[in-house]
Write a protein that binds this ligand. Structure first.
Ligand code: XUL
Ligand code: CO
Length: 433
């Protein structure tokens, strides 16, 4: 045991009336929701980067957090892993996620990075033998180092493409070695700052070929996890290519990858794209590409990607409603791609941020399940489209403009507007929160 979380007890479910801070009031891993354990529905994951690698910096000031593992060496990387697995155990979370750069020291060459990643992967593997926590997904950080300033797969320099492809190979293999359920590609700096120096078509073709190589390698090594793309519309580049679900689906179709790659959808990124989270989830589900979620909100006032832990049960309900309607997670899960605030200095803050987020999501899941079981929302939706279920409605879709014109004239069709009943449906949902 390290000394970092020394006074913090293991967090367990105590129910809504339990006493103290270090308890779950709503997250009861074994409780059955629609016949499945809550833990198996939600599949919570801690993000290694935010909890253990982020220093508290913002554009106006540097490090605020002090951690005994901050440093460049392998000893610090192993101490970080020790503390991380202690936190997974305190929280009882079933999963974690990591980028290569969060976990291993940065080397001077690719070969050194590869060696460092292999060493820390084996260190994780040894820890996972006695831990219940599994790997939800691994990924490569292809955006922090200055070599990636003009992108990775879409960089104008073939050497950066090569470095990036080689790096993804090592990260995919590390994920495979650790039994990861998914591998994520977030297009960190795959976008542009100015069109004046950018060849859009060439960059898209390179990104398409890069992703195809990832899929080819997945099959070559027998990795059974899902390959996931994480959409985001801007930040860090002014325009990101993986703008939103619709844009990424178009990209996957263009390169013939729509049956190979699914999406990891982040709440805050949906908002940046001008959508609601539930819009992005519903669209991905309707396209058959809903894979996993990053459950972290933005601040409504700042309009930027502030990566805060969820704390709004209504938002969580609307999100899990879409997840449940789509059949629930198979290999995906709920990753908290969220960090504590810059002033949250204490080890306890790291734990309590996750406790609150897990309780919020549990409330959302339970409410969403009750709403589904109640059925009134789906009945109202079905009733709204009922006209299409009859023979006449079906015939319309296999008709032609000419035949339809004749029908409208012959039957003197005059559409009668009907209420969309939005407020009634909003009131219905609020009864379940
Ligand atoms: C950035 C972001 C990433 C990805 C993984 O906004 O969400 O942390 O989740 O690279
Ligand atoms: Co994310």
């Amino acid at each position: 045991m390290t000394a970092f979380f020394q006074d913090i007890p293991k967090v367990t479910y105590q129910g809504p009336d339990g006493e103290g801070d270090f308890i779950y009031r709503h997250y009861d891993p074994d409780a059955l929701v629609l016949g499945k354990r809550m833990e198996d529905h939600l599949r919570f994951s801690v993000a290694y980067w935010h909890s253990f690698a982020w220093t508290g910096g913002d554009p106006f000031g540097g490090q605020t957090l002090e951690r005994p593992w901050f440093g460049d060496g392998m000893a610090e990387a192993k101490l970080k892993a020790d503390v991380a697995f202690e936190m997974f155990d305190i929280l009882g979370v079933p999963f974690f996620c990591f980028h290569d750069a969060d976990a291993r020291p940065e080397g001077a060459t690719f070969a050194e990075n590869k060696r460092n990643l292999e060493e820390i992967t084996e260190y994780f593997a040894a820890k996972m033998e006695s831990s219940k926590t599994r790997l939800l997904w691994g990924t490569a950080n292809l955006f922090s180092h200055r070599r990636f300033m003009a992108g990775a797969a879409t960089n104008p320099d073939p050497d950066v493409f090569a470095w990036s492809a080689a790096t993804v190979k090592t990260c995919l293999e590390a994920t495979h070695r650790l039994g990861g359920a998914n591998y994520v590609l977030w297009g960190g700096r795959e976008g542009y700052e100015t069109l004046l120096n950018t060849d859009l078509k060439r960059e898209a073709d390179h990104a398409g070929r890069f992703l195809s190589m990832v899929v080819e390698h997945k099959h070559k090594i027998g990795f059974q996890g899902q390959i996931l793309i994480e959409p985001k519309p801007q930040e860090p580049t002014k325009h990101q290519y993986d703008f939103d679900v619709a844009t990424v689906y178009g990209f996957l179709k263009r390169y013939g990858l729509e049956n190979e790659v699914k999406l990891n959808i982040e709440q805050g990124h949906a908002l940046l794209a001008g959508h609601s989270f539930e819009h992005e989830l519903a669209l991905a589900a309707s396209l058959g590409i809903l894979g996993s979620i990053d459950m972290n909100r933005n601040d409504v006032q700042s309009g930027w990607d502030t990566d805060q832990f969820p704390n709004n049960p209504l938002e969580a309900t609307l999100a899990y409603y879409e997840v449940l309607k789509a059949g629930g997670f198979t290999q995906g899960g709920t990753n908290f791609d969220a960090h504590i605030r810059r002033q949250s200095l204490d080890p306890a803050d790291l734990i309590l941020s996750h406790v609150g987020a897990m309780d919020t999501c549990a409330r959302g899941l339970v409410a969403a399940a009750a709403l589904l079981e109640n059925g009134a929302l789906e009945e109202a939706r079905a009733a709204r489209y009922a006209g299409w279920d009859g023979e006449e409605g079906k015939a319309l879709l296999s008709s032609s403009l000419e035949a339809i014109e004749a029908k409208v004239l012959a039957e003197n069709i005059i559409p009668e507007p009907r209420s969309g009943r939005q407020e009634r449906l909003e009131n219905l949902i609020n009864r379940f929160i």
